[in-house]
Structures are given as structure tokens and as C-alpha cells.
Design a protein around this ligand. Structure first.
Ligand SMILES: [Zn+2]
Length: 484
């Protein structure tokens, strides 16, 4: 017998005897989903389409009822000037109770990832094994386990492999906003399994948001105890970086099953062999029991304090930025502008999105600026804190693409001031400065660009009234975090 036949025979035997353990089955799914041939399951790739067909096949094999004529919900995506179609894969297990079967539990996992890139004519594929091959494989096994125990389920369970999560939770938004079949009011609870392959390294499992369900943390802990699993985060805070957010916006209680950022997160090295399959199998068995419990619980209610997050609710983002431009002193009495000098800055920024229209931004910058002056060239090292209000004239793809004019104020502490050779009366420089700032900004996915103007209102000198600073800087920033 050749060596080639051996694995094949083993495969036939194991299939015939159904002897493959849960962890082996998860590994088999991951070997498929996180292979280079799936193109990193990026938006618009053939590989992502292959993944969708594979998941639909698993749903069909388990006997799930299709969402529509088939298992696919297609939706329209427009990012900047590109038009695309996204595909959620959806199957339903109908509940056994005549009344409760009209209520739904949603279990979701996004199956898309960030695709591939070309470097020196070589394809670098972001395989996304943990993010979110792990949740997708877990979802298919959850389907298989629960379809074998369907008589236990009083409520109906909707299983969804979401598309477009990495591009701004697009698949879950498309389902939650209008799918033509299920309304948010009928959905009692929603799980997002997003990155569940690193339980051992993370030393536990988060069920962030389970506290949005009345008695949710207690129920989850009870089930976890039976599986000897450690639950870490069981708070009522809904994770905004995964598909839970789209449901929270509609007032649905929701939790994110998560084993931390232990894999090479959003790097090409997020590969299948790195996942911890034995522990992942335990997480999936736990999820099956917890889903079954929620589907059968007599009274399933949102926690009294939970209101959901209003549409486009409050969201926080942070990032780093750097900029370059020019600055100069101006004399408002004589309308004289001194010769410009280079300005550069570097620092951090935070954005608070209040609904769709308004965003507040604060920055902490180290700033190098100056001007020509009667004393010679002035150079200042300053710490600058601008706070601005951005008015979103354009806000697309769930805040992924924004364009906005902004205005606000800044405060500046000068750390060091050097002058040229002082001639005549020695100027006395002010230590601090404040003024107004305004400009035009644009955020696309993780990138932030802003053209910023600054006008000092307090003056450069303490012994002279009419000289003020001005500056123009083009800033480029990169946001941390983003979708999980
Ligand atoms: Zn993810």
C-alpha cells in the first residue's frame, strides 16, 4: 500500500464511522476556510464566494430550512465609488413550541476577512484563521450539534454567516435593518462568535454583552461550570467592533463570544495550525448548550437597564496622527504677515461619534512651529491640545467613509522657545496660547486626513499686543482597533 492511500483510507473510514471528533471537524473546516485558495475571503474575491457555498452546504446537510429560496441573503455595498454585492448565509431551525417558535435566537459569525495584497508580484494572503474562520467553523458545528437536538429547542434559532463585517459590519446591518422575513422585535437574543480559537492562550472566554439579558450572566456561568470553562467578561457593554452592534442598534440583547487578540490579529500569519482546537471544541459545546438553554427558557427578557444603543449611537475611536505645514506670526494692527517657517506635529487623537451627523475630536500633539520675526527666526516646541466638532456632510458604510468641515478651539503650552539674535527691545514670549482651529477632514476606513488652520487669539508676546500666531497643517492619521 502506498503512503498516498493511507490518509485516503483513513478519511473514508472516519467518515463512515462518523468517528471524527469535534476538534478534528473544526480543524477540517479551518484547513478549508483559511487556505490560500480562499483569497483571505476578501470583499469581491472568488475565495469568499467559495466559503459561502461551503457554509450553505453545511447548513443543508444539517437540514436547516433555507432563509429564502436558498440560503443566501444578498445585499448591496457601495464603498466610495465601487459597487459590490455582499452575501449572508442564513439557515433556520424551527422551534418545537407552537407559541415560542415565533421568537428567535440569532447565532452569527462573520465569514469574511480582509483579503490579500500583492507585494513584488507575490500574493500575500490574510488567511484569517482566528478572525473569523474560528467563529465560522464553530457556527457550522453548532448547526450540526443543535440540528441533532432540535426537539430541545422551543424557540427557533437563526444561524447566520455574515459577510462584510470587516468593511463596517455591513452584513449584520443588512440583516438587522431589512431582511424581508424577521423583524428585530421577534429576535430575543443575538450571539456573535468572532475569534474563538485561542481559549487556552487567553485563559478564558468573554461573553461581552451577556449582561444585556436579564439573568444572562448567571445562566451563562451555570452552563460554563458544566463545561469547566472560565468566563471572563460577562458585562452588559455591547462590543461595537463586531456584529453585535448592528443588533444593539435595534434594541436586541446581544453578546460577543471572544477569546481575545491572541492570534496574529489582521496579519498574514493568522493561520489554521495556530488555533487551539481542543479548547475551541469545548467553547462550541458550551455555545450549543447555552443556545439551547436560551431557546428553551420560559421568560427571556432584556435586562431592565438595557435600552439598546440608538441607531448610530455613541462610538469611540482612537488613533495616531502626524502632520506637516507652515506657521507664521501675524500683526493684526498692521495686517503684516511674517515669513512662514515649517511646522510639524505628531500625536494621538480620539473621536467620539454622536449619531450620524456629529463627531467630536480631541488631540494631544507635540508640535514644532515658528516664524520669521524682528528678532530673527523664532522656533517653538509646544504641546498642543485641539478640540473640534466635525459636521459629517457625508457618512457612508456605517461611518467607514466620512467627509466633514470642523471647527473648535485649541490650547497650547510652549515647552521651549528659541529666538534669533534679539535686536532692540527684548521680546517677552508668552508661555501659553489659545485660539480657534478649523478645516476640512476625511476619514476612509482606518485612515484620517485633515487640512487644519489655526489662529492664535491670545498673542505671541506678553509685552506687545498685536502679534499672533497662525498655522496650516496637513495631518494624516491611522485609527487603532476597527472591526474585529
Ligand atoms: Zn472578526
Amino acid at each position: 500500500m502506498t503512503n498516498r492511500l493511507l490518509p485516503l483510507l483513513f478519511l473514508i473510514f472516519s467518515q463512515a464511522l462518523s468517528a471524527q471528533s469535534l476538534s478534528d471537524r473544526l480543524r477540517t473546516h479551518l484547513d478549508f476556510l483559511a487556505a490560500d485558495s480562499l483569497d483571505g475571503r476578501g470583499l469581491g474575491t472568488g475565495g469568499k464566494q467559495k466559503a459561502a457555498l461551503y457554509i450553505a452546504e453545511a447548513f443543508k446537510n444539517a437540514g436547516l430550512a433555507p432563509f429564502d429560496d436558498d440560503y443566501f441573503q444578498e445585499f448591496f455595498i457601495r464603498i466610495s465609488l465601487a459597487n459590490m454585492t455582499g452575501t449572508n448565509v442564513i439557515g433556520v431551525l424551527e422551534g418545537s413550541d407552537p407559541d415560542l417558535k415565533k421568537e428567535y435566537i440569532v447565532v452569527g459569525a462573520h465569514y469574511d476577512h480582509v483579503g490579500y495584497e500583492m507585494k513584488d508580484e507575490k500574493r500575500i494572503v490574510y488567511n484569517g484563521a482566528d478572525d473569523n474562520g474560528s467563529g465560522t467553523a464553530g457556527l457550522m458545528e453548532l448547526v450540526r450539534i443543535l440540528s441533532g437536538r432540535r426537539s430541545e429547542l422551543k424557540r427557533s434559532v437563526i444561524f447566520i454567516a455574515f459577510d462584510g463585517e470587516e468593511s463596517g459590519l455591513l452584513g449584520s446591518k443588512a440583516f438587522a435593518s431589512s431582511n424581508g422575513r424577521f423583524t428585530p422585535a421577534e429576535i430575543e437574543f443575538m450571539f456573535s462568535m468572532d475569534m474563538i480559537g485561542m481559549y487556552k492562550s487567553y485563559k478564558g472566554l468573554d461573553l461581552k454583552g451577556i449582561g444585556t439579558l436579564d439573568n444572562g450572566p448567571e445562566m451563562a456561568r451555570e452552563v460554563a461550570r458544566r463545561h469547566n470553562l472560565d468566563l471572563k467578561n460577562v458585562s452588559a457593554n455591547v462590543e461595537s467592533r463586531t456584529d453585535t452592534w448592528s443588533f444593539a442598534e435595534r434594541g436586541v440583547p446581544t453578546a460577543h463570544a471572544f477569546t481575545g487578540l491572541k492570534s496574529p490579529y489582521h496579519k498574514p500569519e493568522d493561520d489554521a495550525p495556530k488555533l487551539e482546537y481542543e479548547e475551541m471544541a469545548r467553547v462550541v459545546e458550551f455555545m450549543a448548550d447555552l443556545t439551547s438553554r436560551l431557546a428553551s427558557e420560559k421568560d427571556l427578557r432584556a435586562a431592565p437597564s438595557y435600552k439598546g444603543t440608538k441607531k448610530g449611537g455613541i462610538r469611540v475611536q482612537a488613533g495616531a496622527l502626524a502632520g506637516a505645514g507652515s506657521s507664521y506670526f501675524r500683526n493684526d494692527a498692521t495686517y503684516f504677515n511674517a515669513k512662514k517657517k515649517a511646522e510639524a506635529n505628531v500625536g494621538l487623537f480620539g473621536q467620539l461619534h454622536l449619531g450620524k451627523r456629529i463627531t467630536l475630536q480631541a488631540e494631544g500633539l507635540y508640535d514644532f512651529n515658528g516664524s520669521d520675526a524682528v528678532t530673527g527666526t523664532v522656533r517653538r516646541h509646544s504641546f498642543t491640545v485641539p478640540a473640534t466638532l466635525q459636521l459629517n456632510l457625508l457618512n457612508q458604510s456605517g461611518g467607514q467613509v466620512r467627509m466633514y468641515p470642523f471647527a473648535g478651539a485649541y490650547y497650547r503650552q510652549h515647552l521651549q522657545i528659541t529666538t534669533g539674535n534679539a535686536i532692540g527691545d527684548a521680546p517677552v514670549f508668552a508661555d501659553t496660547e489659545s485660539g480657534i482651529t478649523y478645516g476640512l477632514g476625511m476619514d476612509i476606513m482606518k485612515f484620517h486626513v485633515a487640512l487644519t488652520f489655526r489662529r492664535d487669539m491670545t498673542g505671541v508676546y506678553t509685552n506687545e499686543d498685536n502679534t499672533f500666531g497662525s498655522g496650516t497643517v496637513l495631518n494624516v492619521g491611522y485609527k487603532f482597533g476597527g472591526g474585529l
